[in-house]
Design a protein around this ligand. Structure first.
Ligand code: UDP
Length: 242
């Protein structure tokens, strides 16, 4: 058997080429990082959990008309995806104030944001993924005005679908980060992953502000029981039909 060609290794995933140039293979790792990789660790079983959750959510979104790069999962921690050109933007949608929004603006944790807030960050570790304004987006030529408007509407559509889905799991979708790519025709396609690494998820059965956390904040803030929380998210997500 030939050794697959590694195209890129990120903090949480490795990307391999396949014999088909239009298809890539993503391997989800157990490695975890936070604070721009200043904090590192592993979360046992995370690769498989995030791969399975992402696969379920991508299929849900496809059914609801959002184009995604998902093809299938040949093994529990690998995903075949359509090859796209990634746009170097992190699109964050916030339904409830948490994390950097609270730290940077003083908005109290838990404030409901209606309509949801959509933010664009420059995906650049060396610069610390800075928050971009509309004018900076334009000056930096990271996306056309038309693409920015389409990214915003796709992100809000993803939020509608995922918020309703997580609600049916007894989980509040606080905020999340999306990444998009373009295909050969220049169409925008949702890429990367959607998992407890990239979403804030609060258990509606818990009122305690630490106990309710079911996402990477458990790792970031040393809250413990990280694996168990990720596992619980997976169980509830996979239980819900698409
Ligand atoms: N997020 C992410 N990757 C990043 C930055 C943020 O997946 O590089 C997610 C994060 O998990 C949260 C949302 O985007 O669900 C908003 O994150 P925030 O800006 O509050 O950043 P943080 O708390 O990570 O500083």
């Amino acid at each position: 058997m030939t050794v697959p060609t590694k195209l890129y290794e990120g903090k949480a995933k490795i990307l391999y080429a396949t014999e088909d140039p239009h298809v890539l293979l993503t391997h989800f790792k157990d490695d975890a990082t936070a604070f721009n990789a200043q904090k590192r660790g592993t979360i046992a079983g995370k690769g498989e959990i995030n791969c399975r959750i992402s696969a379920h959510l991508f299929q849900l979104l496809e059914k609801q008309g959002v184009p995604t790069h998902f093809i299938d999962c040949p093994t529990p921690n690998t995903m075949r995806v359509k090859a796209v050109t990634i746009i170097p933007l992190e699109v964050v949608v916030r339904n409830i104030a948490a994390g950097s929004l609270c730290q940077q603006t003083g908005i109290p944790l838990g404030t409901v944001l209606q309509p949801p807030l959509v933010e664009f960050y420059y995906k650049n570790d060396a610069l610390g993924d800075p928050l971009l304004t509309d004018d900076r987006l334009r000056v930096m030529n990271l996306a056309t005005a038309e693409q920015v408007s389409r990214l915003r509407s796709l992100a809000l559509r993803v939020d509608e679908v995922l918020s309703a889905f997580f609600q049916s799991c007894g989980i509040t979708l606080v905020d999340f980060k999306l990444e998009f790519g373009t295909d050969a025709n220049g169409s925008l396609i949702l890429a990367d992953e959607i998992s407890p690494d990239t979403c804030r998820l609060w258990d509606q059965a818990e009122t305690d502000p630490n106990r309710r956390v079911m996402d990477k904040d458990r790792f970031r803030r040393d809250l413990g029981d990280v694996e168990a929380a990720y596992q619980r998210v997976m169980e509830r997500v996979l239980q819900q039909a698409l």
